[in-house]
Design a protein around this ligand. Structure first.
Ligand code: ASP
Ligand code: MG
Length: 400
């Protein structure tokens, strides 16, 4: 098998852990697999480097940030190559540039444009194990670029796609994707398989196992993903095309997003252009709006609510002060969003209504609702968030 393995910051957090990773890679090699490993920086290293830059300048040049930040991954790639060499394997570490990863020119949040696989293929043909420094590439002007925080996942998926790997394994310190956060519901169960779209929903709800862009790319390139722990031998969660999941569960999991705030505009004038004005302004300021609800206007006035990330609430307040779009404006940051996720609901009715009645039985008021083909999301008071998760987990029979 041709395998791409990506090890995150906690998996390569110190020299002992790097040696442990080398052992895992070694066992693949002994099984006859060809392996490309992609590594993150040691856990906390990238933050430390960002901190150093911050001590020198409030606005360090982005080009220099990229040179700085890309170094963390180089450290781990060379150390892992040494560890594998010392175990008798022929190993070679490659920077993003050496691995042929070409990006656009946007420093610190570059996008991968293409991968020149020559060097990767040459080394694989020579039976070497390759260790690629994740999170980085090279621009057309030969400048080092980085892919945005969490970007080594993206490096791994892009490489797996480019060399047509059989699987891309993402190693972290958790066993896989669970039906919900086990710290909230101890009966949460690890999922064997989910679809890319479900994974995207889980990830955007704070299941920070995989970077969202990497899941999107895996879907686009049809890369089979596995997320698993580097600290045990448990099987992880397989993330594949929906068609490959034979037995679809109605609901795969419940997600809780605590990073939510609500803005409610009471008494906006009910005429064309008002919503456009508000949301254009928010998007100009790069504020990401999640849910939007507007009711039917009465007597020429309507009410409109929307949600944004909690840490952007102050920013939204400033914009609302400036725009004055309504008679009254309410801001509430003690809300959470609970979501029921599952591809199975595409072909079944009643999923939403059973969520509503379950929350009603617990006396939980639903402030906002939004639905998609594979998701029902509800905004509720923050203090009921965990209770709602446990209730819904039970309603859809997700427990062990
Ligand atoms: N080291 C980078 C970060 O901390 C990239 C990564 O770990 O994926 O964001
Ligand atoms: Mg990561």
């Amino acid at each position: 098998m041709l395998v791409v393995q990506k090890y995150g910051g906690t998996s390569v957090g110190n020299v002992e852990k790097i040696k442990n990773v080398a052992k895992r890679v070694s066992s693949n090699l002994r099984n006859g697999d060809k392996v490309v490993v992609v590594v993150s920086a040691m856990g906390g290293e990238t933050d430390k480097l960002v901190g150093y830059a911050g001590e020198i300048s409030k606005t360090p040049p982005k080009r220099e940030m990229d040179v700085l930040l890309s170094s963390g991954e180089r450290v781990t790639s060379s150390l892992l190559a040494m560890a594998l060499e010392s175990m008798g394997h022929e190993a070679i570490s490659l920077t993003g540039r050496q691995a042929g990863i070409k990006t656009n020119n946007v420093h610190t949040t570059a996008r991968i444009e293409s991968i020149d696989t020559q060097v990767l293929k040459k080394n694989l043909n020579e039976n070497k194990v390759i260790i690629v420094a994740g999170f980085q590439g090279i621009t057309e002007n030969n400048e080092v670029s980085t892919l945005g925080r969490g970007g080594s996942d993206l490096s791994a998926v892009a490489i797996a796609g480019a060399i047509n790997a059989d699987v891309c394994e993402i190693y972290t310190d958790v066993d896989g994707i669970y039906t919900t956060d086990p710290r909230i519901e101890p009966k949460a169960r690890k999922l064997e398989k989910i679809s890319y779209d479900e994974m995207l929903e889980f990830a955007s709800m704070g299941a920070k196992v995989l970077q969202n862009r990497s899941v999107e790319l895996a879907k686009k390139m049809n890369v089979k993903l596995v997320t698993r722990s580097s600290f045990n031998n448990n099987e992880g969660t397989l993330i594949v095309k929906e068609e490959e999941i034979m037995e679809e569960a109605l609901v795969s999991g419940i997600a809780l997003d605590k990073n939510q705030a609500r803005v409610t505009l009471i008494g906006i004038s009910d005429k064309p252009g008002i919503a456009a004005q508000i949301f254009e302004r928010l998007s100009e300021e790069n504020l990401n709006v999640d849910m939007i609800i507007q009711n039917v206007g009465i007597y020429g006035e309507a009410n409109l609510s929307f949600t944004i990330a909690q840490n952007e609430l102050e920013h939204a307040k400033r914009i609302m002060d400036e725009l004055h779009p309504a008679k009254n404006i309410e801001f509430d940051d003690s809300i959470v969003k609970v979501s029921v996720i599952g591809v199975g609901m595409k072909s079944h009715s009643g999923v939403a209504s059973s969520a509503f009645s379950a929350l009603a039985k617990d006396g939980i008021n639903i402030q906002m609702i939004s639905t998609s083909e594979i998701k029902v999301s509800m905004v509720i008071e923050a203090k009921y968030g965990e209770l709602a998760v446990r209730t819904l987990h039970k309603v859809y029979n997700l427990q062990d």
